[in-house]
Design a protein around this ligand. Structure first.
Ligand SMILES: [Zn+2]
Length: 161
């Protein structure tokens, strides 16, 4: 039996194979649907869809969290395909986020966003940096732990050898 699942915002959603000529691939809010002819391309289709969601979701969430925390000053938001990196903040104030983050739970995505925003204040991992992070997100250690335990699996999704 075909039992591939796609994780989206922390929930594993089943993929249903269907025989509807009008449909290639879509998400109906609960399941992913794929036409049987495109089953072989499922990981490519899933990546295309997840990247699109990541671009919108993360962009919007950065703006929201930036407004809520008052941490501003980033120049650009990029969705990256970086190997083994969930996010980064460059010296020219570009925030980058790995598209695979969209597979993680919402609070874990928030943690990575808060982490990179905090780098706009402290461009290092000093005590002061973790202090800022702890003020914004007191339980950030739980999210880091989640990424340590489950992040590897998400990072492997469609990763080039
Ligand atoms: Zn960092």
């Amino acid at each position: 039996m075909f039992d591939f699942k796609i994780s989206y915002l922390g929930t594993e959603r089943p993929i249903l194979v269907i025989d509807d000529e009008l449909l290639t691939f879509k998400y109906d809010g609960e399941n992913f649907l794929v036409h049987k002819r495109y089953l072989g391309d499922i990981s490519v289709l899933a990546e295309w869809w997840l990247r699109k969601q990541a671009a919108t979701y993360i962009q919007d969430r950065v703006v929201e969290i930036s407004e809520k925390t008052g941490i501003d000053g980033y120049k650009r938001i990029r969705i990256s395909n970086a190997v083994s990196r969930w996010g980064s903040c460059s010296s020219n104030k570009t925030l980058s986020f790995n598209w695979r983050l969209i597979m993680a739970p919402i609070d874990v995505i928030d943690y990575v966003i808060v982490h990179e925003l905090a780098h706009l204040v402290e461009m290092n991992h000093s005590k002061k940096f973790w202090g800022i992070l702890g003020e914004i997100m007191p339980d950030y250690m739980d999210k880091r732990r989640w990424l340590r335990i489950h992040g590897r699996k998400l990072m492997m999704f469609n990763k080039n050898p």
